[in-house]
Ligand binder design. Structure first.
Ligand code: TRP
Length: 454
């Protein structure tokens, strides 16, 4: 079988790769600012519940399809539901990660620029307004962001073209443990800042009045995004996991690490935000606008340490973004290699070309192309809106319906219980089956509707 697919080397390689996909800007950028906007500790409780009761079952559904078929999104649908319309779900989930990748790479590019700055000139501004306008001025210039986007995407292409084992697996094996060490160091620094205690309290003492329907919907949406669900990435990576690995253990391990990383990132960012006397609800600008300000401000008291922390922080962001971006990249490459018979190199080049172009348009939409609007949104915002609010939820819903209502229950049980050998055979499967069939579909519809109205 010379075309037999390459597989991950073992359980830890699979978990690290899946965690690499899950852990990204969603954990370091989106989670902390949402915690800040949605009310601190209470939101964290909702988030824990969403991960466990909603996103883990959805994650497993996607993983089961990939692990069962050992094929990419389209191939998997053709195996499990040959000759049906389900192949469109396969196609959708080849396209949506490419759209996400395009704008994700732009943000990845910004982080490269910030890393460069933290290594060279540092952040020497002492007013938050000045930092925000510096950020605005940077992203609206055409060339700088475009060059950074190209560097970011090019690096991803390099890793993906090296293959599953010597590219993706090796990169994640080095990067993921490093990311944990870095974020813990940053957390320790952040908590040690004078005045950080208020931030720690904010994350630990729940104000139950903050548990509102919109906070619940936001927590569900965030856990969905953070676990890279709904776009075929989890499916594709799971298709590279050996038969003998237990998919439930792999899935639970991934969710655990993703959650842990988000929590540590929260404790790395919020205490610093409070120490600097900034409002926690600063929103999406938190890591690019507020944090450089904090680093600059802290730099006036302990210059050496804070510049090192700034560098570490942006290293963390850049590499976390890399490991997620390569997982999106791989979905399209797997499709072209398996279904179209292209070589890995050519497939990588093709995906690079398409996503580079769309990403370039996204990047320019902060400057020269800011006047171009699609349904009232700039190109970047439209791509984000289309994927986060529409394609991801739609794809997730279809995966869940597919596994819960269409796929053979015996096959699902077989995957879930690892061929009946797992210790928790009966009851745990029943809980999963119930969550998947009756809770996940309406919950995804709620996420979709709240995103849409908001
Ligand atoms: N989970 C990623 C993060 O936390 C973001 C993401 C969303 C993603 N959807 C994805 C990554 C699909 C890879 C594939 O940053």
């Amino acid at each position: 079988m010379e075309r037999r697919r390459e597989l991950f080397g073992g359980r830890s390689a699979a978990i690290l790769a899946l965690a690499g996909s899950a852990i990204g800007l969603g954990n370091i950028w989106r989670f902390p600012y949402m915690v800040g906007q949605m009310g601190g500790a209470a939101f964290i409780i909702l988030y824990l519940a969403s991960c466990l009761l909603l996103s883990l079952p959805i994650f497993l559904a996607e993983a089961i399809i990939g692990h069962r078929t050992h094929a990419g999104t389209i191939g998997a649908m053709e195996q499990l539901a040959p000759g049906t319309k389900w192949k469109w779900l396969g196609l959708l989930t080849v396209l949506s990660p490419m759209v996400i990748l395009s704008y994700y790479s732009v943000v990845g590019g910004w982080s490269i620029d910030y890393l460069w700055r933290s290594l060279t000139v540092g952040f020497h501004v002492d007013e938050v307004g000045a930092v925000s306008s510096a950020f605005g001025a940077f992203i609206s210039k055409p060339w700088g962001p475009l060059v950074c986007h190209t560097l970011f995407l090019g690096a991803c292409a390099g890793i993906v073209s090296a293959g599953i084992k010597s590219g993706i697996e090796r990169f994640n094996k080095i990067t993921m443990p490093l990311l944990f060490v870095l974020i813990v160091l940053i957390m320790v620094y952040s908590i040690s800042l004078p005045g950080a205690g208020a931030g720690v309290d904010y994350l630990l003492k729940p104000d139950f009045s903050k548990i509102t329907p919109s906070a619940i919907a936001a927590a569900m949406g965030q856990s969905f995004f953070s676990l890279s669900l709904g776009v075929g990435t989890i499916l594709t990576y799971s298709s590279y996991i050996h038969r003998k690995e237990n998919i439930l253990v792999t899935g639970a391990g991934t969710v655990f690490f993703d959650l842990l990383f988000a929590l540590i990132a929260g404790f790395a960012i919020m205490p610093a935000v409070f120490a600097a006397g900034i409002e926690p609800g600063a929103g999406p600008g938190l890591i690019f606008e507020t944090l450089p300000f904090i680093f600059a401000k802290m730099g006036t008291t302990v210059p050496w340490v804070s510049s090192v922390v700034a560098v570490l922080f942006f290293v963390t962001i850049v590499f976390a973004a890399f490991t997620s971006a390569i997982s999106m990249f791989e979905v399209g490459v797997a499709y072209l290699v398996e279904q179209k018979g292209l070589s890995r190199r050519r497939a990588t080049l093709l995906i690079f070309a398409v996503t580079w172009l769309l990403g370039a348009l996204c990047s320019l939409s902060f400057g020269p192309l800011s006047g171009v609007k699609i349904f009232g949104r700039t190109i970047f915002n439209f791509c984000d809106f289309l994927t986060s609010n529409f394609l991801m939820t739609f794809g997730g819903l279809l995966f869940v319906i597919f596994v819960g209502w269409k796929m053979d229950k015996a096959a699902v049980r077989d995957e879930f219980t690892h061929g009946g050998t797992a210790r928790f055979n009966g009851a745990v499967f029943d809980v999963f089956w119930f969550l998947l069939r009756y809770i996940a579909p309406p919950a995804i519809v709620v996420i979709f509707l709240t995103n849409f109205v908001a």
